[in-house]
Design a protein around this ligand. Structure first.
Ligand code: MGD
Ligand code: MGD
Ligand code: SF4
Ligand code: MO
Length: 745
């Protein structure tokens, strides 16, 4: 007997609602949920393979614990005993910073990943936090922190209403979007064109998104900040600056005019390979469009000027009056967001502490993932190296620079625990592996991604299938991990949720603006509904949130119980202007030229005069992939999803590289050999390899991935190239040497 169940897809940032077909407890099919308030039936090939991803036979079913050097199946009790025994002595001997925490990308796609890591960090008291953000979007957090005083206040393009979209270093036709949650991003771009809007794409590759554009500029990798600075220059030079409604909330406009003086279109054109006249046109079109939005993603973040580029994206939106207006770029307001009255905030600071070895400044409480290996393998007088590691949903051996060094460093730790469904390149080093259940057995709510969505909405999926015997919910795994790692091993895991609920309510009743001001926290806690700790915490956040019932203050407001009555979600309307309420700067205004940005601009000026020769490496994503962890699903591999080196025909000819033949690629961190794919899909002087491959290390359990392992592009990096303000790794525009592999007959 088959039945259906609704489940929000956790496989990328688009958050599509799926209708799963379930037979017994197995997911045998998935289609788009046409009644979903946000995705309206859209599904991509990855979502359609939900069942195969969910049912992968290589997913671990029981914890693994290392005994006599070997990882062996164990009970949950044995596993958490081993965690407590492994971590506590390290903390007691070497202090909290000697325990590192690594959080990977899937934490933004799980309820547990949203709710427990913050508790773990607070209770451990470690500053050794590394996440996927510093190989991804940290520049955007830093620019938002500096501009708006809140690293999480990221404006998103108003895709459904804009007249003009300038897309930089993003390929949503394959990635389905990022820092801009929009189910059916491709359809939304087509709708933009159909209503007479224009789409410009800046990308060194001729991507599927670029093919859809009215104009595609094949920029030289790493130079977007120069181009955007020149556009800013033109806005001032041609008197096109008009802040519109946001004007009263912005300070520092004339300082920006001064700061971009040297970045004339003529000066930047040779560095960017974009003609000065075209740069002027881009600026004029942006200013002339009734509404417009500039949006940058991976290709604009993971580069040496990532923070400057991310800042300039917003500067252009602000100077053209497009920030905070419909059709421009707006701040979403999610149902679980905290509300606060407008007024000066605490601001955002960088570099409150530094990494031990290379003295990298923290950003948003994190150290660069690129520095993880050296923080483990290098002793200094500053303090103890990291001796124990907690990795949750992270595979840095493949996703961070110089996996070989990290691989060795992980092998030398005193203790490591991985919360991961797979025994893979990273978790194989763990002493304890704690496997979460597959997504069908987990609840879903997009705590992080709804705050980046192009439409305000709220949806919740309860588990589609009951927990299999012997499984433990990921929220319970993380609660028990918190307890075991922080000296409370053996306590009831609900203690963690109760602690957070108590603290949150305790604070809320003290806040003058809160709907629960002056009430009794225990009385409020008793009103929470939900069958589990995470559900009760969601109820708490919804009720205190901007659409919430305020525990009775607004009887029509949102509660978890009300959300359950709407299995396809509740639409909360289009994005609305939120200035000045969204601001947390000390001035209470948008600080358009923050000090750290001004101090970094001379470095961009120096780049005007550099134009190194040689090939530059960029990445790419395939529609049927997700970073490092979907190459084990046969339905998602093969076809175009292959680990090949894209190279332009002219470069191939010059280097004697033949299509399909192996080429050696060499970078600062090492070399790899991959088959060449000669294609005009990449511009001259640029080559492209996808990331997340290199599944040929021993001791993993990825049977399908191992049959076609590919190579780890991040081995070409040595980890020393960073965007200095954010600590983000430089993954794009990396100099490499390419040579045809000479095979002697
Ligand atoms: N060269 C290059 N490198 C890159 C990038 C690039 O563009 N180019 N992109 C970067 C980006 S944007 C990112 S986000 C990072 C990603 O870097 P990571 O987060 O390290 O890698 P992922 O492959 O996303 O997955 C991490 C792990 O999560 C596990 N996992 C999957 N589902 C779950 C779950 O439900 N619960 C738990 N606990 N674990 C789960 C997987 O098995 C995997 O081991 O890679 C970065 N690396
Ligand atoms: N199918 C699939 N979807 C995914 C993922 C996946 O692995 N596969 N990963 C998810 C994750 S974690 C993320 S963060 C998002 C990322 O989402 P996107 O940012 O849309 O992803 P990419 O496809 O990496 O697009 C980056 C583009 O930047 C271009 N580029 C490289 N260097 C430069 C440069 O210097 N300047 C400019 N202008 N462009 C440059 C590249 O050619 C590439 O086309 O995708 C998410 N969705
Ligand atoms: S676009 Fe993303 S969220 Fe939607 S079905 Fe595909 S993988 Fe899932
Ligand atoms: Mo990412």
């Amino acid at each position: 007997m088959s039945r259906t169940a609704l489940r929000i897809c956790p496989l990328c940032e688009a958050t599509c609602g799926l209708t799963l077909t379930v037979e017994g407890n197995e997911v045998t099919g998935a289609r788009g949920d046409r009644e979903d308030v946000f995705s309206k039936g859209f599904i991509c090939p990855k979502g359609a393979s939900f069942g195969a991803v969910d049912g992968d036979p290589d997913r671990l079913r029981t914890p693994l614990v290392r005994r006599d050097g070997e990882l062996r199946e164990a009970t949950w009790a044995e596993a958490f005993d081993a965690v407590a025994a492994g971590i506590r002595p390290v903390v007691e001997r070497n202090g909290p910073h000697s325990v590192g925490v690594v959080l990977g990308n899937p934490n933004v796609h799980t309820v547990a990943g949203a709710l427990y890591p913050a508790v773990l960090l607070a209770r451990l008291g470690t500053r050794s936090l590394f996440t996927a953000s510093t190989v991804d979007q940290m520049p955007k957090h830093v620019s938002s922190g500096l501009l708006y005083g809140d690293a999480l206040a990221i404006p998103v393009p108003d895709l459904d209403r804009t007249d003009h979209l300038l897309l930089i270093g993003a390929n949503p036709l394959e990635s389905n979007g990022s820092l801009c949650t929009a189910p059916d991003f491709p359809g939304r771009l087509k709708a933009l064109k159909a209503r007479g809007g224009t789409l410009t794409v800046i990308d060194p590759r001729r991507t599927r998104t670029a093919k859809l554009a009215d104009r595609h500029l094949e920029i030289r990798p790493g130079t977007d900040a120069l181009l955007l600075a020149a556009m800013t220059y033109v806005l001032f030079e041609e008197d096109l600056v008009d802040l519109g409604e946001s004007a009263p909330h912005v300070e520092g406009v004339s300082e920006v005019r001064e700061a971009v003086r040297e970045f004339t279109p003529e000066a930047v054109a040779p560095a960017c390979d974009v003609e000065a006249g075209v740069i002027r046109t881009l600026a004029r079109e942006l200013a002339a469009a009734p509404t417009a939005s500039v949006y940058g993603r991976i290709g604009s973040c993971t580069v040496p000027f990532g923070t400057l580029g991310s800042w300039l994206v917003d500067v252009l939106n602000i100077l053209t009056g497009n920030l905070d207006r419909p059709g421009g770029a707006l701040f979403p307001l999610a149902a679980t967001d905290r509300t606060r009255p407008a007024g000066p905030g605490r601001g955002f600071r960088l570099g409150r502490w530094h990494s031990r070895v290379s003295r990298y400044p923290e950003a948003k409480g994190e150290l660069p993932l690129s520095a993880l290996a050296e923080e483990i393998d290098t002793a200094t007088e500053e303090g103890e190296p990291i001796r124990a590691l907690i990795a949750v949903a992270a595979n840095p051996v493949l996703s961070a620079p110089d996996g070989d060094r990290l691989d060795k460093a992980l092998g030398a730790l005193d203790f490591m625990v991985s919360v991961d469904p797979y025994l893979n390149e990273t978790s194989r080093h763990a002493d304890v592996v704690l496997p979460p259940p597959p997504p069908s057995q987990s609840p879903h709510h997009d705590f992080a991604l709804n705050a980046l969505a192009v439409r305000n909405q709220v949806r919740y999926s309860p588990p589609a299938v009951p927990l299999e015997p012997g499984r433990m919910a990921e929220s319970e795994i993380l609660s028990r991990l918190v307890l075991a790692a922080t000296g409370m091993h053996g306590a009831d895991p609900s203690a963690v949720d109760d602690l957070v609920i108590g603290q949150t309510l305790g604070k809320a009743v003290e806040e003058a603006h809160s709907p629960v001001h002056g009430r009794d926290p225990r009385e409020l806690a008793a009103q929470l509904t939900g069958e589990s700790g995470p559900e009760r915490r969601l109820d708490l956040m919804l009720r205190l949130g901007p659409y919430g019932d305020g525990f009775g203050a607004d009887p029509d407001g949102l509660t978890f119980a009300r959300l359950l009555e709407h299995p396809h979600g509740i639409d909360l309307g289009p994005l609305r202007p939120r200035l000045p309420q969204a601001l947390r700067t000390r001035s209470g205004r948008i600080e358009l030229l923050p000090r750290p940005i001004a101090d970094d601009l001379p470095r961009l000026g120096a780049a005007l005069r550099e134009r190194p020769d040689g090939l530059l490496l960029v990445g790419r994503r395939h529609l049927r992939s997700n970073n490092s962890w979907m190459h084990n699903v046969p339905a998602l591999t093969g076809g175009t999803n292959r680990c090949t080196l894209h190279i332009h025909p002219e470069d191939a000819e010059r280097l004697g590289v033949r299509d399909g033949a192996p080429v050696r690629v060499k970078g600062a961190g090492g070399e790899v050999t991959a088959p060449a794919e000669v294609t005009e899909g990449v511009r001259r002087g640029v080559v492209s390899l996808p990331h997340g491959w290199g599944h040929d290390r021993p001791g993993t359990r990825l049977s399908h991935a191992a049959t076609n392992p590919g190579v780890n592009v991040n081995q070409l990096l040595d980890g020393s190239l960073l965007d200095p303000l954010s600590g983000n790794a430089v993954l794009n525009g990396v100099p490499v040497e390419v040579a045809a592999l000479v095979t002697t007959p």
